[in-house]
Design a binder for this molecule. Structure first.
Ligand SMILES: [Zn+2]
Length: 417
């Protein structure tokens, strides 16, 4: 402890940062006998110094927007020396943290540095609080693009809904837009997108489709860029032009709406058929008592949270402008249902239960959907068929009570053959 105290007293005058001392057994034979556990030796132990603290003024709370749209509050501090390091910024984590600690602009705050971690605000000197101080109001709009910033239930983070129009998120969104499952445009890697963005030639997805036209007008032509030439520019334009017509589900996926992956995009395409219908219906679904909302929620796997993200996206004015701009260059093909011939189960609702012997549950489900049936997880009076495998239990009982037609796996196979 005397050694520890001595090093602690020297801490401020050392030419480097330390956060404690390490005690070691200084006998090599004993070290061998003590041995190692997964990540550390049993013959050494760290004894940390208390975190260094200082008091300073919180000048402002600045909101930073990350690549995924998360709004993060950062404290802008009057610079203060904390254990030999000048600190002028500290993290505030999120809006709950600010509320819990009741941190307000112009407060005197206690700053702490622990190890090499970003400085934190431990608390507020309440007795020094200015009389007219008001609680901090976390913004509900994005400071970068002005779109709504929403916070979903159960989440601590508030996110910008601006997506493609938000500069903080745009490069990431553009990368997603051209990715393989989306517009699938070859030759547009992250580095090139970033360069195009920095030079201002691609700021939105629609700009991609204007590149060639701008090239002809000699407006910052791609062919004149470093590392490019006529051939490589031509190749890029060809790749872009090949995508001026696109399937609805790819188009929806490419928009990068939160919680809307390939599977959800496909379901939306299947249920709304055209981009025009989809845009109109999802905008109408902003009213939760509307028919449009009921229809949206009725789609398999779309719950209130996904519905919120969808409605949020399609009712944002910026996004509508962006979509209309994009649609003046891109033709979105209406969804075409697979040809199911004279399927006997088209439009029927089917429930599978018990253990199937010839197919896995997923295969059976996919097969039924290919034949135009709707597969549901629970029995109701709307169920047309219950396909009961081995050891069918409560669903079979309920189906019988409701008078739903019960089929064996074999009978089902014959029905869809
Ligand atoms: Zn934004």
């Amino acid at each position: 402890m005397a050694y520890y105290d001595r090093v602690l007293s020297q801490r401020g005058s050392l030419p480097y940062d330390i956060d404690g001392v390490v005690y070691k057994v200084n006998d090599l034979n004993l070290q061998k006998r003590l041995g190692l556990i997964t990540r550390s030796p049993r013959w050494a132990i760290a004894h940390k110094f208390p975190a260094e603290q200082a008091i300073t003024e919180l000048k402002n709370i600045v909101i930073q927007v990350g690549r995924t749209g998360v709004l993060t509050p950062v404290a802008d501090l009057k610079p203060v020396n904390v254990g030999g390091v000048l600190v002028s910024k500290a993290t505030l984590h999120n809006e709950d943290e600010i509320r819990r600690k009741d941190i307000r602009i112009n407060d005197l705050v206690i700053i702490q540095r622990a190890g090499d971690v970003i400085p934190q605000i431990v608390g507020v000197k309440l007795e020094k609080r200015p009389v007219l101080s008001k609680p901090y109001l976390f913004p509900h709009t994005c400071p970068v693009c002005g779109s709504h910033a929403i916070r979903e239930e159960g989440e601590v983070a508030r996110r910008c809904t601006g997506g493609l129009i938000c500069e903080a998120q745009a490069v990431e969104r553009l990368r997603h837009f051209v990715s393989r499952q989306a517009f699938d445009i070859d030759g547009l890697g992250e580095k090139i997108i970033q360069e195009f963005w920095d030079d201002g030639i691609v700021r939105s997805p629609a700009d991609l489709f204007r590149l060639e036209e701008n090239d002809k007008k000699n407006l910052k032509p791609v062919r004149a860029r470093e590392g490019w030439g006529d051939t490589s520019a031509r190749k890029l334009f060809d790749a872009i032009n090949a995508r001026r017509t696109i399937e609805l589900e790819r188009f929806v996926y490419a928009l990068g709406i939160r919680q809307v992956g390939e599977a959800t995009a496909k379901k939306l395409a299947k249920n709304y058929h055209t981009i025009q219908a989809l845009m109109a219906e999802l905008e109408a679904a902003a009213k939760t008592d509307s028919e449009a909302y009921a229809k949206l929620i009725d789609i398999d796997d779309i719950g209130p949270s996904v519905a919120d993200d969808l409605v949020g996206f399609f009712s944002e004015a910026h996004n509508k402008d962006l979509l209309n701009d994009l649609l003046s260059y891109v033709t979105v093909e209406p969804y075409v249902a697979p040809d199911i011939g004279d399927s006997k189960v088209a439009g029927k609702t089917v429930v599978f239960t018990g253990t199937l012997t010839t197919l896995s549950r997923d295969e059976a489900k996919a097969q039924a959907e290919r034949m135009g049936a709707k597969v549901s997880g629970s029995i109701s009076s709307k169920t047309d068929y219950l396909v009961a495998g081995e050891d069918a239990g409560s669903k079979l009982k309920k189906a019988k009570e409701l008078g739903v037609t019960v089929l064996t796996e074999d009978e089902w196979s014959k029905l869809i053959a």
